[in-house]
Ligand binder design. Structure first.
Ligand code: SF4
Ligand code: SF4
Length: 506
């Protein structure tokens, strides 16, 4: 067993209000440089919707992530296996998103509002391109364009997650006036099997041993942009002004001192949770190769129980300090993803083993003939509880986005969320029978204490409960042997013991 620690962020999608405070906080702190105008290390997109960059989830188009080929993991973007084939492709990347796939960044000519000569009309601030400096006649895209267009059929119908939905389900989600939408906040997933790291010809990208944060060494980056192509989440960005790639750094200068990431700290909906996971690095390759059906379960299996004495002993031997172990024991990430099983990873089928997790959103249940009078469900009826497949957002859609197509994983999370609501209603309002709540809790595998804890964390959680971030021990960094292959990136050869971590290509 090779025990390591990973910082992880979880998102409660039901609570995100799409205010973009997170995105603006991140932008103000990290991406105000020239060349970074179009970058949103944290972005929030409307779902259903095409996203940012457009249709980033469509790997037939972008060829990001990994595929299993002949029993081995292979980067999708490379046409064949092996270093020589990869080198042959180094100047040719047809799958890179262009600025038109992101959007042309712009500002407004605000000064004109003050300086315009007196006239008959109110002066207006015209849009000006932040790339060319020219006025823009028409703005055709933005980082959350679907929201600006209200999720209209024109844009939302391009959402790759609509695959497999019936026509009526698609209409329900995307038709103007009938549409239903929610928000997907995204940062880099700081994956365990990061395609960006494996693809970089310069060895500029690495995953830190102490906390699993994936970073780009700006001195080593040679602008090959393989990371942009290889990341299926499109989270590395190319800075056209300085010729380097950049990405979300999980606010490491903040987390190293125990502070929450800027996006999480600022989140008005209090939808974000940050914590530590302990995992077994020896199993990464097996997890990444798991069948779609088993992927989420395999990801849960790789996470270790931080209260298990054997894990604690192994973690200490591996150089993980007691405060990190204690943080792992109080980790919202462990509780939401592993213990309560209500959070799931975004697109695990990309096989990067992403380390951020999402609590899927509940949505109204569609009324039909079963609903009785007026098509209104009694919120504590059996129909209401059992008909998760009749929600406005179809299970298939959420499964396409959050569980590699496994609808059971989503149904389990939604039912647990509903069970917690029923439990709290019984406690606070008292109009649900105790025996009914008991039977519902046993159906979904939660205890009364679990419900109290889930309710406490997700509805009332304080800063300290939502963000359990231990400080980094810089004082040990010079004496502790680097724990991951990523830190030894300059000396990684092919076939080293640790190579399985990313099946490194270069
Ligand atoms: S999401 Fe994963 S693959 Fe993409 S940049 Fe982050 S660590 Fe790399
Ligand atoms: S700040 Fe929070 S609630 Fe607002 S968009 Fe970001 S994640 Fe959603």
């Amino acid at each position: 067993m090779d025990i390591r620690a990973q910082l992880s962020m979880s998102f409660h999608m039901d609570k995100c209000i799409g205010c973009h405070t997170c995105s603006v906080s991140c932008k103000n702190v990290w991406t105000t440089r020239r060349g970074a105008e179009y970058m949103w290390w944290n972005n929030v997109e409307t779902k259903p919707g095409a996203g940012y960059p457009v249709t980033w989830e469509d790997q037939d188009r972008y060829r990001g992530g990994w595929e299993v080929s002949g029993g081995s993991l292979r980067l999708k973007l490379l046409k064949g296996p092996g270093k020589i084939r990869s080198l042959a492709n180094i100047f040719f990347q047809p799958n890179l998103p262009t600025i038109d796939d992101y959007y042309e960044p712009f500002t407004f000519d605000y000064q004109h509002l003050f300086n315009a000569p007196a006239g008959d009309d109110q002066p207006t601030a015209r849009a000006r391109s932040l790339i060319t400096g020219d006025f823009m006649e028409k703005i055709v895209l933005g980082p959350n364009w679907d929201d600006d267009m209200g999720g209209s059929p024109l844009y939302a119908s391009n959402d790759p997650n609509l695959k497999g939905l019936s026509d009526s389900q698609k209409e329900m989600l995307t038709k103007f006036h009938k549409l239903f939408f929610f928000y997907l906040p995204r940062i880099c997933n700081h994956c365990l099997n990061p395609a960006c790291v494996a693809s970089c010809p310069s060895g500029a990208i690495y995953k830190r041993g102490e906390d699993g944060i994936v970073l780009i060494d700006q001195d080593t980056c040679r602008a090959w942009r393989f990371c942009v192509s290889a990341c299926p989440f499109k989270k590395p960005y190319y800075n056209w002004a300085n010729g380097k790639s950049e990405k979300c750094i999980f606010c490491y200068p903040r987390t190293e001192t125990g502070q929450a990431n800027a996006c999480a700290h600022a989140c008005t909906g209090r939808i974000r949770f940050v914590g530590v996971l302990l995992y077994d690095a020896d199993k990464i390759e097996d997890v990444a190769k798991s069948s779609d059906e088993r992927l989420v379960e395999a990801m849960r299996d790789i996470c270790l129980d931080p209260n298990d004495p054997k894990v604690i002993e192994g973690a200490i031997k591996a150089g993980i300090t007691q405060d990190w172990i204690t943080a792992a024991q109080n980790s919202p990430a462990y509780n939401l993803f592993v213990k309560w099983r209500i959070a799931t990873p975004n697109h695990p089928e990309f096989r990067t083993v992403p380390m951020n997790f999402y609590i899927p959103p509940l949505s109204p249940i569609l009324h039909d003939s079963k609903a009785g009078s007026g098509g209104v469900f009694d919120p504590i009826s059996d129909e209401f509880f059992n008909d998760v497949d009749k929600m406005r957002v179809p299970l298939r859609y959420l499964a396409n986005m959050l569980s590699a197509g496994n609808e059971q994983v989503i149904a389990e999370s939604l039912k647990k969320q509903m069970a917690v609501r029923m439990y709290v209603r019984q406690q606070r309002v008292g109009d649900v029978g105790e025996s009914k709540v008991k039977s519902v809790l046993s159906d979904v595998g939660l205890t009364a204490q679990d419900c109290e804890d889930i309710y406490r964390l997700t509805a009332l959680g304080t800063f300290q409960e939502r963000f359990v971030i231990p400080e980094t021990h810089r004082e040990t960094m010079t004496t502790v042997e680097p724990r991951t292959m990523y830190e030894k990136r300059g000396t990684i050869g092919f076939g080293t013991k640790k190579q399985h971590l990313v099946s490194r290509t270069w």
